[in-house]
Design a protein around this ligand. Sequence first.
Ligand code: NAP
Ligand code: ZN
Length: 352
Amino acid sequence: MPILTQALQKTAPDQPFRVAEIERRDPRPNDVVIAIKAAGICHSDIHTIRDEWGSAPFPLTVGHEIAGVVEAVGDAVTRHRVGDRVGVGCLVDSCGECEQCLADEEQDCLNGSVGTYASVDRDGTITQGGYSQHVVVDERFVLGIPEGIELDVAAPLLCAGITLYSPIDRWGVGPGQRVAVVGLGGLGHMGVQLAAAKGAEVTVLSRSRAKEALAAELGATRTIATGEEGWDKALRGTFDLILNTVSADLPLDDYLRLLKPHGAMVNVGLPPGPQTLRLGSLIGGGKVLAGSNIGGIRQTQEMLDFCAEHGIGAVIERIGVDDVDAAYDRVVDGDVRFRFVIDTATFPAASR
Ligand code: NAP
Ligand code: ZN
C-alpha cells in the first residue's frame, strides 16, 4: 500500500505553497521509510520551483536537505534500523553499475542519477522532495547522522555541506592555503567552517560588511565587502582557491584575477543564465575554472562524520510550514543566517 503523507506543494511557480496529501511508494524490500523531522531550504529549491532553471513538473514538493528517524524498513535492508537518525540529500537513486557509480560518484551516474525531487524515478513517477512528513528511499541513498549533531542542524549538511566538502577535499585544502568563499549564504557558511576546520586561512567575499561578525565566528579571518570601491586591489594574486557559491551572475574575470598562478576558482553557485569570461583571465597564470556538483554517497557520509568530529553544523533559523513563502523571499534577498529549516512538526495533521 502506498503511504499517504502531508507535504508542502506548489501547483505553479507563482502560487504560494499549500499543504497537500501526497503518496509515497509502497516500500520495496530495499527501502527505508523515514519520518522527516527537519527539511532545509536550499536556493536550488527556489531556482527549481520558480522555473528559473526551466519548467519544473507541477504539482511539486521540493527539498533535498532531509533529516529524520527511520520508521520502517523493507525485509532486505541491512544498513539502517528502525529508530536510527538518518538523512537524505539530493540523490535517491542511480544505476549502481556504471564507472561513476562504482567510483562512488553517483551524482555523475552515466545512466542518469535520480534527484530527490522533480526527477523521473525508476517507476516513471516524478520524485517529490523533503518538505514533507515522510519519504521512502532506497537504503543506499540514506545516510547515518552521527550522534552529537541535532537533526535540524544536520539537515543542511546533506546538500550545502557536501557541496562544499567535495571541492575542499578535491583541491586538498589545508594549512598554509588561502581560500576565498564568495557569498555567505547556506553554502558559503558551510564552506567557511569546513575550510577553516581543514586548517586554511579563509576570507569571505560578501556584498557588504553586514555578516562580518558572524563570518568571524564561523572561522573566517576577514570579510571583504565587494560592494565597496576598490575592494579587490589588495587581493589580486593572493588566493590558492576561490569557492564561488553565489546564486547570481558574477564578473568572473575580476575574481580570477584574485588567484595566485595555478590557482583554481570552483563554482558551485548555479545562476540561471549563461556567463561570460575572457580566456585571457585563465591563460595568464595558468588558472583553473572548475565546477562541482554535490558529492557521492560515500563522501557525504565522510562529510557528516567529519562535521561530528569537528563540532561543525549548519547555523539555522527554524521555521514552520506557514513561513516558507516569506522565507524564500528572504533567501533571495541574502537575508538568512544562514539556512532556513522547516520543522515538520508544524504540519497541520499527522498522516499515518
Ligand atoms: P543562498 O543561501 O541564497 O546564498 C547565496 C549567497 O550569494 C547570498 O547569501 C549572497 O551572499 C550571495 N548573493 C546573492 N545574490 C547575489 C548577487 N546578486 N551578487 C552577489 N552575491 C550575491 O543560496 P545557497 O543555498 O547557498 O545556494 C547558492 C547557489 O548554489 C544557488 O545557485 C544554488 O542553486 C547552488 N547550489 C549548487 C549546488 C551544487 O551542487 N553545485 C548545490 C546546492 C546549491 P552575500 O549576502 O554574502 O553577498
Ligand atoms: Zn541544495
